[in-house]
Design a protein around this ligand. Structure first.
Ligand SMILES: Nc1nc2[nH]cnc2c(=O)[nH]1
Length: 430
C-alpha cells in the first residue's frame, strides 16, 4: 500500500476503510436525490440514477488515485437544482443544451486548472463575495425545496405565501424535515439517507406512496442521456453569463471545500513545492465535470461530505477508493430509489441549504464597506427571488463595482472583478 503512502500519513487500511464507508453513508443520498432533481427537468430518472452512480464512482476513484486525497466527488447540489429549475424549467433551455453549458464550463475549468488561477482567485476575488455565493445558493436550494414540498406556494397578492399544511404530502415533508434536521443535529452518519428511508416507510404505511416492486435490479441503461449534450446550442453569447456562473460556482466551491476539508486534515502542504495534491484534486474536479456532462449529469464537484471521512481518520486516496467501491452498490438500488416519495427527498434540499448558508456568518458585515455588504446582500437575496444563481452573482458584482467606482476606490478593483462585472452586465442586457 505504499502507493497511498499510508505510513507517512499516519493511517492504516482499516482506518481508511472505515473513513471511506463513513463518507459513502453521508453522501449516498445524492444518487436518489439527483435522480429526482434532474428528472424534474425531463431527463429519465432511471438513466440519471445510473449516470450519477457511475460518475460518482469514476470521479471519486480518479480523485483518490490521481491526487491521493480522501476527497469524494459527485454531482453537486445547488448547480443540479439550478440546472433543472432555473435553466430547463425557468429559462426553457432544453436539457441537452443545459448539458452543453455544463460541458463548456468544465472545459474552461480544465484549462484554468492547468494555470495558476488558484492564486489569482485567492488574491483578486473578494472572499466575502465568494462566501456570499455559497450562502446565496443555500438560500436558493432551500427555497426550491420548500416550494417543491408545497410548504410555500404562489400568491397573486404577495408572490409567495405559506403552503397548505392540511395537505398530507406537505405534512410528510414536515416529518422528513424534522428527521433530517434532528439526525444531522446528532451528527448521525448517513443522517440524510436515514431520514429519507424513515419518511418513505411512513409514507408507504400510510398509503402516500407505492411500495417498491423489488429491492434490487440490474442498472438501467444510460443511453437516453449519454452523449446527448448539445454543445453548439450552448455556445452562444446570450448563454455566456450562465456558462460563467457554472464555471465560477464550481471553481469557488471546490476551492472552498478543499481548503475547508484540507485544513482539518492537513492534507495540502501548500508550502511544500513537491506537494501537488491540491492542484491535482482541482484537475480531477474539472475533468469530472466535463466527463459528467458527457455521461448526462450536471456539474460534478468535490463534496463537502468528504469531511466526515476525514473526521474518521481518512487521510489518503485509499479512503476515496473505498468510498467509490461502496458506491457500486447504488447501481443496483433503482427499485428502492424509485419508490421514494418526492416529499421524502425535498427536505434534504432545505437542510443542505441551511448548511451552505452558514458561510454567511464568516462575512464580517460590521467592518465591511458598503460595496461588500450590498454586493453580498444582493447575491444572497436575488438568487431565490429571481430563481437564478446567475442573476444573483451578476447583481452582486455589478453593485460592488459601481460603488467602488463611485467612491473612486480604484485600487480595490482588478481585472478579475472587472471581467466578472462585464459578463454580469451581459446577463441583464442579453
Ligand atoms: N462542496 C459541495 N459539497 C456538496 N455536497 C452536496 N452538494 C455539494 C456541492 O455542490 N458542493
Amino acid at each position: 500500500m505504499n502507493f497511498f503512502k499510508l505510513k507517512e500519513h499516519n493511517t492504516t487500511v482499516k482506518t481508511e476503510l472505515s473513513a471511506g464507508f463513513t463518507t459513502f453513508l453521508t453522501m449516498m443520498y445524492i444518487v436518489p436525490v439527483n435522480g429526482f432533481i434532474l428528472a424534474d427537468a425531463g431527463l429519465p430518472m432511471d438513466a440519471v440514477v445510473t449516470a450519477t452512480a457511475i460518475i460518482t464512482i469514476l470521479a471519486t476513484l480518479f480523485s483518490g488515485l490521481w491526487s491521493n486525497t480522501p476527497i469524494a466527488m459527485s454531482v453537486g447540489m445547488g448547480l443540479n437544482a439550478y440546472f433543472s429549475y432555473g435553466l430547463v424549467l425557468g429559462m426553457k433551455i432544453p436539457w441537452e443544451t443545459a448539458l452543453g453549458i455544463v460541458f463548456l464550463s468544465g472545459i474552461l475549468f480544465v484549462i484554468l486548472s492547468l494555470t495558476n488561477f488558484r492564486v489569482w482567485i485567492m488574491t483578486s476575488i473578494p472572499m466575502s463575495l465568494r462566501r456570499a455565493i455559497s450562502a446565496g445558493i443555500g438560500s436558493f436550494i432551500a427555497f426550491i425545496g420548500l416550494k417543491q414540498m408545497g410548504m410555500i406556494s404562489a400568491s397573486e397578492a404577495t408572490l409567495v405565501t405559506l403552503g397548505d399544511f392540511s395537505n398530507s404530502n406537505v405534512l410528510l415533508g414536515v416529518l422528513g424535515l424534522i428527521l433530517a434536521f434532528s439526525f444531522y443535529a446528532y451528527r448521525i452518519k448517513g443522517a440524510f439517507i436515514l431520514s429519507i428511508a424513515i419518511t418513505s416507510i411512513v409514507a408507504w404505511i400510510l398509503g402516500l406512496g407505492a411500495l417498491p416492486q423489488s429491492v434490487i435490479s440490474t442498472p438501467a441503461s444510460i443511453s437516453p442521456i449519454f452523449m446527448e449534450l448539445d454543445i453548439l446550442s450552448a455556445f452562444t453569447l446570450s448563454l455566456l453569463p450562465v456558462i460563467i456562473t457554472f464555471l465560477i460556482t464550481d471553481m469557488f466551491d471546490t476551492l472552498g471545500t478543499l481548503t475547508g476539508v484540507g485544513t482539518r486534515a492537513k492534507l495540502f502542504q501548500e508550502n511544500n513545492k513537491n506537494d501537488k495534491s491540491l492542484q491535482k484534486t482541482l484537475e480531477a474536479d474539472a475533468i469530472a465535470t466535463t466527463a459528467g456532462a458527457l455521461v448526462g449529469v450536471s456539474t460534478t464537484t468535490a463534496f463537502i461530505e468528504s469531511a466526515s471521512g476525514v473526521e474518521e481518520g481518512g487521510r489518503t486516496g485509499l479512503t476515496a477508493v473505498f468510498t467509490a467501491m461502496f458506491f457500486v452498490t447504488t447501481l443496483f438500488m433503482l427499485p428502492l430509489f424509485k419508490a421514494i416519495p418526492a416529499n421524502a427527498i425535498y427536505p434534504v434540499l432545505v437542510v443542505v441549504g441551511v448548511l451552505m448558508f452558514t458561510e454567511l456568518g464568516k462575512i464580517n458585515f460590521e467592518d465591511s464597506d458598503l460595496a461588500t455588504s450590498a454586493g453580498a446582500f444582493l447575491i444572497v437575496i436575488l438568487m431565490p427571488l429571481t430563481f437564478s444563481i446567475t442573476n444573483g452573482i451578476a447583481a452582486g458584482f455589478l453593485v460592488y463595482t459601481i460603488i467602488k467606482l463611485a467612491k473612486k476606490e480604484f485600487s480595490d478593483l482588478n481585472i478579475g472583478i472587472l471581467v466578472i462585472t462585464f459578463i454580469s452586465a451581459l446577463a441583464f442586457i442579453l
